[in-house]
Design a protein. Structure first.
Length: 95
């Protein structure tokens, strides 16, 4: 993980945040992908990304993806992930 997050930004709580704007490997003509990958000190990793196309291998339908990088970062850093994972783990333990 250190290699993946080398040179990435660090939040006040120690969470590493890597932001990438690129042309996806499997993207169509003029396709753009924006990604926010986070790695928390406790090991929780959340990655979110979006395209300016309907799907991979299809051409871009707008200049930029619909959500901005700031919005993707907010989604990736949301505590809702931890709550959802806790609920899923509790459900699994009830079985």
């Amino acid at each position: 993980m250190e290699k993946i997050f080398k040179g990435s930004a660090r939040e006040a709580d120690g969470t590493r945040v890597k932001i990438t704007r690129s042309h996806p490997e499997k993207g169509g003509e003029e396709a753009v992908e924006w990604s926010v990958d986070t790695w928390r000190p406790d090991g929780l990793r959340i990655a979110v990304s979006e395209l300016n196309a309907h799907a991979y291998r299809l051409p871009g339908t707008r200049r930029d993806p619909a959500l901005g990088v700031g919005q993707l970062k907010k989604i990736a850093l949301s505590e809702a992930w931890r709550a959802a994972l806790s609920e899923k783990n509790a459900e699994r333990n009830r079985r």
